[in-house]
Write a protein that binds this ligand. Structure first.
Ligand SMILES: Nc1ncnc2c1ncn2[C@@H]1O[C@H](COP(=O)(O)OP(=O)(O)OP(=O)(O)O)[C@@H](O)[C@H]1O
Ligand SMILES: [Mg+2]
Length: 249
């Protein structure tokens, strides 16, 4: 069931690196239970936005409220209820998958008595249970992505922020991760997903936002967008290209 309240609120976020504005006065509201797709060309400001929404990067201006907590004042509370899958992965090659996940589970206060079971459940969720004792250094990119996802889910988050979670996965791996995300969303997890795979976005997401040059240029239901007269009979890819190529000529 959908709970119709805003679980992610970003008001007028701005972030510059030097004198380059990476995110420019961005306002976004995400409902609890929503599967939100965040799109934009390379360098548009997606990762910067996600880093601000998850408390990794401090905005120059603007305010963020996550599940009723003002992020700048309640980082700790927010970190307990969110899962963040960063674009780049800092995995520890010398550890086994079980050691790696146990480390993060302990950080979230999972007790020793239920640690192994907790880790096993999360490994099996991403199809890595049979690699429990393998060293991460021996993993392929796709396996690292899955393990990164297991780490993201280790605190059973209420809200998931995923920056290109299927990057580098083979087709089966992409489908597996997408199915897992669908299932989590059905269970009530709010998902904020950035991806360049427009098929993935249109299969998974109910609502999307498109960012270009740091500004949010479109926000809405995919179905409603596709019904607009200017986008009639266009696929999400065509709509995306039409919007983000404006003014490039
Ligand atoms: N640490 C940084 N230092 C300086 N500039 C940065 C930094 N991180 C991002 N930028 C700049 O900010 C802008 C937005 O980058 P960002 O990584 O948020 O884009 P993105 O939408 O995630 O792109 P991609 O699709 O390629 O991942 C770009 O112009 C980028 O060069
Ligand atoms: Mg990025």
């Amino acid at each position: 069931m959908r709970n119709l309240t805003d679980i992610i609120i970003a008001e007028n976020l701005t972030k510059s690196y030097g004198n380059r504005k990476a995110v420019d006065n961005l306002t976004l509201h995400i409902l609890a239970g929503e599967f939100f797709g965040f799109l934009g060309p390379n360098g548009a400001g997606k990762t910067t936005t996600i880093r601000m929404l998850t408390g990794i990067l401090k905005p120059d201006q603007g305010e963020i409220v996550i599940d009723q907590h003002i992020l700048s004042r309640h980082k700790k509370e927010v970190s307990q209820i969110i899962g963040v899958k960063p674009e780049s992965r800092g995995l520890y090659d010398w550890m086994t998958t079980a050691e790696y996940l146990s480390f993060f589970a302990r950080l979230y206060g999972i007790g020793e008595d239920r640690l192994e079971e907790h880790v096993d459940i999360h490994l099996s969720q991403v199809g890595l249970l049979d690699r429990k004792h393998s060293k991460i250094g021996t993993f392929s990119l796709g396996m690292r992505q899955r393990l990164g996802l297991a780490r993201t889910l280790i605190n059973d988050p209420k809200i998931l922020f995923l920056d290109e979670p299927t990057l580098g996965l083979d087709p089966q791996g992409q489908v597996d991760v997408q199915q897992l995300l669908k299932k989590l969303n059905r269970q009530g997890v709010t998902i904020f997903l950035s991806s360049h795979l427009l098929n993935e976005i249109s299969n998974l997401c109910t609502r999307i936002g498109i960012i270009d040059k740091g500004k949010l240029i479109v926000e809405g239901n995919i179905d409603d967008l596709e019904k607009k007269p200017e986008f009639q009979d266009k696929t999400l890819t065509q709509i995306f290209l039409q919007l983000t190529h404006k003014g490039d000529e």
